[in-house]
Structures are given as C-alpha cells and as structure tokens.
Ligand binder design. Structure first.
Ligand SMILES: [Zn+2]
Length: 85
C-alpha cells in the first residue's frame, strides 16, 4: 500500500500528537475523530501512539515540561519513521 503524503491517513498521522495533547480544535478535531471512526488502520495507529505516549508519560510523576514534550515529539517521530518503513 502506497500512501501519498496528501492522503487523509498520512495527514492524520501528522496530527496524532496534537490530538493526544488535546490542542486540536473545532473542525480539525471533528475531521480527525470522524476519520479515525471510519478508518481501521488509523484507529489502530492512534491506539499505538497513545500506548507509546502513555509509556513515556509514566516515566515520571511531573507534569510534562516543554522540554520533555520536545523530546517526546522527537522520539515519536523516530519511532514512527521506523514503523512506516
Ligand atoms: Zn486513515
């Protein structure tokens, strides 16, 4: 399966971290949720990322600092690059 960068699935995957951080708003959020509902592979992807972020979040009791968040994003991007190969 060859997903182009413009496919809704690829776009959604770019937005997963925003979704999980609950910084997504209005139309974007509505689009995200409706796509996840109708697309099995994206649903699985969101669950995987949620689990991955949850593991990192459990590493410490502190609220996530901007620095940690940056590292999380970097780690997530590396992880996703591996998964998408
Ligand atoms: Zn999808």
């Amino acid at each position: 399966m060859d997903e182009s960068l413009n496919s809704p699935c690829a776009e959604l995957r770019q937005l997963v971290t925003e979704y999980l951080e609950e910084v997504m708003t209005g139309e974007e959020l509505a689009w995200f949720e409706s796509h996840v509902h109708e697309c099995g592979s994206c649903e699985v992807h969101v669950h995987e990322v949620k689990a991955f972020v949850g593991v990192l979040a459990r590493c410490g009791p502190e609220p996530v600092s901007p620095e940690t968040r940056q590292r999380l994003h970097a780690a997530f991007r590396e992880w996703r690059a591996e998964v998408d190969q």
